[in-house]
Design a protein around this ligand. Sequence first.
Ligand code: MN
Length: 254
Amino acid sequence: MHILVTNDDGVTAPGLLALAQAMRALGRVTVFAPDRNWSASGHVKTMDRPLRVREVTLADGSPAFACDGAPSDCVALSLLGFLKEKVDLVISGINPNANLGHDVTYSGTVTAAMEAVIAGVPGVAISLDSPENHKGALYYRTAAAVAHQVASQVLEKGLPKGVLLNVNVPYLRQDQLKGVLITRQGLRVYRDELDRRLDPRGRPYYWIGGQAPTGVEEPGTDFGALRSGYVSITPLQLDLTAYSAISELEQWMW
Ligand code: MN
């Protein structure tokens, strides 16, 4: 088995190394990741400039490819032929923060797995629900073990066509995990605020500021699972059609 490991935090991120190391027990691993942080960059296809790829060495001495494109560009390049060997699984992470509810449309971690699905390769995104304002190194061991479990099942059973998995892991020791729940997307509550400031020349500039988002902790959702100490696995698809709206729109005067 050949596993492509990528992320959106950049090739030097500790979560990427933890994931690559966990995947090595399952097969041959190629690491191909962005050369910088692309968190919250969404689904990107870079078409207005060339993409460069460098060979780099991870902190454990293993080789990796670093690209100046987005996570989805890394996956696209890999699967379009940059990698000669067929890829059986694309896994993206381990993101240091959860990707829940509407986050999936912003997330570079998740959109890397979406790109895999577009190319017809199973895709998995894995994120750690670390505490807000955590200082110092994060504990990735639990999420790495979960990644190993999820990847081995996906390699064995495959995924339905067009489906990727969005996996979120509570920030717990492995023996504290309650188990795994298959969930639906919950509701993110964003608390964004426009922060308008003035530069030294008196011209305004803007930040999307405010507090970190929260979410509705409803049973059956990704939020609900994490809050009760379970790993959340949400199957996602790229068909965003609002089927429930079709019949009503058909009644409009066209
Ligand atoms: Mn990230």
